[in-house]
Design a protein. Structure first.
Length: 250
């Protein structure tokens, strides 16, 4: 037998661990962050849309007297209210009340009148009683004289209303708002402290004009002066409605 060749030691080649592929984790992280941001943006958009729908549904809607709904101010489809037509001139001083109405209020009356472009007055006086008379007075704030005709008429009306609360030489029995005549009106029943008369008065404003109707008669003898309140105020109100009709044609 020959000698065995000694076994040489086997050297295993060393191989270190493979390094991680560069950039793999950062790109995955960026992708996840981008997806999260997109999801959050979508959620915010949904919230804004829903919120806008709720706000639109909650906006008030006006319901005019005829019952038809209108969109709230500033919404699509809305339109501004048309400008209110002003009165350009006053009718004739004694041309606003029908002759039959005058005859019922003041039978066989004589009349006096005066007028200019902004003020007219007509007074019907009874030939049988110095205490029975009917007066119609109209004030106009013409658009040619002022840039704010309606506001000026409102100011004059307010001043008349204030003065009625502190009028001298009369005793106020009734002073209150009157519905259904012009844009605003009040009625006033008063007694004269110096003479045996009672007066029913209606003052009203229609746009840029203010008019006053006063009806006077002798106070009841031996009785309460306010016993004629309703009759006097009804007469003044009936005449005021005729004056309003006449003014609406000017």
């Amino acid at each position: 037998m020959g000698l065995r060749r000694p076994v040489e030691p086997f050297h295993r080649p060393y191989s270190g661990p493979e390094p991680p592929q560069p950039g793999r984790r950062p790109r995955r992280l960026i992708a996840l962050l981008a997806a999260a941001v997109a999801l959050a943006a979508a959620a915010v958009a949904v919230v804004l849309v829903v919120s806008g729908q709720r706000d639109e549904a909650a906006a008030p809607r006006r319901t005019p007297p005829d019952g038809r709904s209108q969109p709230p101010p500033g919404s699509a489809g809305g339109s501004p209210a048309p400008a209110q037509r002003v009165i350009s001139a006053l009718p004739a001083p004694c041309g606003t009340v029908a002759a039959s109405t005058v005859e019922r209020a003041v039978p066989k009356a004589t009349r006096r009148q005066s007028a200019n472009s902004t003020l007219t007055t007509c007074t019907y006086s009874s030939t049988g009683s110095a205490f029975r008379w009917l007066r119609v007075e109209a004030h106009l704030y013409a658009p040619g004289d002022t840039a704010t005709p309606v506001q000026d008429a409102e100011g004059y009306y307010d001043a008349q209303w204030a003065q009625a609360h502190d009028a001298p030489l009369v005793r106020t029995v009734t002073l209150e708002r009157q519905q259904g005549i012009g844009d605003e009106a009040y009625r006033w029943f008063k007694t004269d402290e110096g003479q045996p008369t009672v007066v029913g008065q209606v003052t009203a404003r229609v746009r840029n004009a203010v008019f006053t109707v006063s009806y006077s008669e002798q106070a009841p003898r031996g009785g309460r002066r306010d016993a004629r309140e309703r009759a006097c105020l009804d007469t003044a109100a009936a005449v005021a409605r005729e004056v309003l009709t006449a003014l609406n044609h000017f």
